[in-house]
Design a protein around this ligand. Structure first.
Ligand code: ATP
Length: 149
């Protein structure tokens, strides 16, 4: 089943804007109005929710989330960038492990059980995609979802 990624993204953004008045969510200008990807819409939305919930949970003050969509050759790159607390280099290799949570008071006090990212990664891979994370501790985190077009 094909999903128009732009439409799904806009739907989710609209809902988050309604839910969180204190979070600024932006979507960068798109080259096209429509990008169809072979993924179930429900699964794509579930992946986005996991990543956006994290972006909000792990942003202390500067709750700004920037989304962008880029077509690179035969795949689509969806980026979700936050300006939150970031992840230390030593923790980065483990964040996709089931039940792994960065053992910092700041993240421990937030609810969660460390499953979200491992589920999101598995779902993306089920559709022959890749999920990667870049983060600078104290600055913010960028999650990249690559899906074949
Ligand atoms: P849940 O299962 O409810 O999603 P969780 O957020 O702890 O709980 P994951 O989504 O798997 O679990 O994330 C694993 C860990 O990676 C988190 O505990 C957090 O420390 C770190 N992390 C994930 N996303 C971010 C982010 N955007 N900024 C900073 N740290 C993050």
């Amino acid at each position: 089943k094909q999903t128009n990624i732009v439409e799904a993204l806009k739907e989710v953004i609209t809902n988050y804007r309604l839910l969180y008045n204190d979070v600024a969510i932006t979507l960068d200008d798109l080259e096209q109005k429509e990008y169809k990807v072979l993924i179930s819409k429900e699964h794509f939305i579930q992946i986005l929710i996991i990543i956006l919930d994290n972006a909000i949970k792990y942003s202390a003050e500067n709750k700004k989330i920037q989304l962008s969509v880029l077509k690179i050759d035969s795949y689509l790159k969806i980026k979700i960038r936050d300006n939150g607390i970031g992840i230390q280099e030593e923790d980065l290799p483990h964040i996709f492990d089931r039940f792994y949570r960065v053992d910092k008071a700041r993240s421990r006090e937030k609810g969660g059980n460390g499953l979200g990212l491992s589920i999101a990664k598995e779902l993306v891979e089920k559709y022959d995609g890749n999920l990667t994370i870049h983060s600078v501790y104290g600055k913010g985190t960028t999650v990249e979802i690559d899906l074949p077009l």
